[in-house]
Design a binder for this molecule. Structure first.
Ligand SMILES: *Cc1c(COP(=O)(O)O)cnc(C)c1O
Length: 402
């Protein structure tokens, strides 16, 4: 490396890469394109036969029995709150290091979100902090599986059972992940999955809500389509009837056949997509191993990681610059980094809701936030791209070491 190359680009050195490597590239191929075209040609675009096949295939892939495909994970989490009867006066304990959806749906259902601290091994809720946050008004725990491995979900399930609480899993990152061989949805009353473009199984937008029994499944199906009798989408087929009845004040958050056609192909490719993510994550781990300024992601014993994210941390005080400056320096080298997540209580609307001082009661949430960053990780990432990102990280860490 020449002297000029070792100077960070943000300080006038030469960037490692001229054109910025994106954080994510979708991996939809010819098979997905053909499936969408075939669906358009079929004349049936919204919820229909492909939605039913996708629902069945998704449950079979996970080894779960009940659930319903929806238009997003946000809708799935919201319906979970509504169908489980959470509302005014109820407190729901969740994680601060998550996407806004996990907290906002509790608010929209009319209940009160309560933040408990996380633990640093998985980035998920810490069972002791959850136990300490329980009050007589607590009705449910909404546990987020962060980054692609299950949180300490068995302990949270035991706590929920002992204290008579409902348990909802936010499994937006966790399709393909298991704990002791069991998938998300095997622990809680309900689990919500996301098929957003960057997620491990992607239909552009889409979601799924699994649940523990057929009665809840029927309720989700009804509430996802105006309270219309479950087979109502069939009314335009040759077996259908013009008549329908509405038995609930329902919402409108069904999946479509176009999304489901994409989902069916992605399900067939699930194993190879996961293998590609795992390979890239292991390459990062190898490239970055031994660098003491970095805390690399670990996999909790018994967990299978879906590698939705590759999210290392900067060790506290290891560099002369803070994480924000580090990310700007990484971007200047030609790598688009990301960050999961700005804690909920740092956003203006939530800071106002939870109060300014709440961060002091969430020290591990703050610690994760201080150091965390996410590197590009997607099935189509090339080995040389992983190597270049690793080189950029190491170049900066070495330059800015305290
Ligand atoms: C992506 C995401 C969601 C929301 O998923 P959508 O399908 O976009 O609604 C919820 N929770 C977490 C943790 C997420 O990352």
């Amino acid at each position: 490396m020449t002297e000029k190359n070792s100077l960070p680009a943000i300080e006038g050195g030469t960037p490692l890469r001229a054109e910025r490597l994106p954080f994510f590239r979708p991996s939809h191929g010819e098979e997905e394109i053909a499936a969408v075209v075939e669906t358009l040609r079929s004349g049936w675009l919204t919820i229909g036969p492909r939605s039913q096949s996708f629902r069945t295939a998704f449950l079979a892939e996970l080894g779960l029995e009940h659930g319903w495909a929806l238009n997003s994970c946000t809708s799935a989490l919201f319906l979970a709150c509504k169908v489980l009867g959470l509302g005014s006066g109820d407190e729901v304990i969740t994680s601060p290091n998550t996407f806004a959806a996990s907290v906002n749906v509790i608010h929209h259902a009319g209940a009160t979100p309560v933040l408990a601290d996380i633990e640093l091994e998985t980035g998920g809720l810490d069972p002791d902090s959850v136990a300490a946050a329980i009050t007589p008004r607590t009705r449910a725990i909404l546990a987020v599986h962060y980054g692609g491995q299950l949180c300490r979900i068995e302990e949270l399930a035991t706590l929920a059972r002992e204290r008579g609480l409902l348990l909802i899993e936010d499994a937006a990152h966790a399709f393909g992940a298991t704990a002791k061989g069991r998938p998300p949805g095997a622990f809680g009353d309900m689990a919500a999955f996301s098929f957003y473009v960057t997620k491990n199984l992607s239909t552009g937008e889409g979601g799924f809500l699994s649940c523990r029994d057929a009665e809840l499944e029927n309720e989700i199906a009804l509430m996802s389509l105006h309270g219309m009798d479950q087979g109502a989408w069939k009314r335009y087929t040759d077996r259908g009837s013009w008549f329908y009845d509405l038995s609930r004040f329902g919402y409108k958050c069904n999946i479509t056949d176009v999304q489901s056609a994409l989902g069916l192909v992605q399900l067939k490719r699930a194993e190879s997509l996961l293998a590609a993510r795992t390979r890239a994550a292991e390459r990062y781990l190898g490239n970055l191993a031994g660098e003491t300024a970095l805390i690399l992601p670990t996999v909790r014993e018994g967990n299978l990681h879906s590698w939705h994210l590759f999210a290392p941390r900067l060790a506290d005080g290891a560099l002369r610059i803070d994480r924000d400056r580090f990310l700007n320096a990484l971007a200047a080298e030609g790598v688009a980094p990301s960050l999961h997540f700005i804690p909920i209580h740092h956003h203006s609307v939530h800071r106002e809701f939870f109060g300014d001082g709440i961060g002091e009661s969430l020290p591990r949430s703050e610690q994760l936030y201080r150091g965390c960053f996410s590197l590009p990780l997607f099935p189509g990432i090339l080995d040389e791209e992983v190597d270049l990102v690793s080189e950029a990280v190491l170049k900066l860490v070495r330059h800015y070491r305290s």
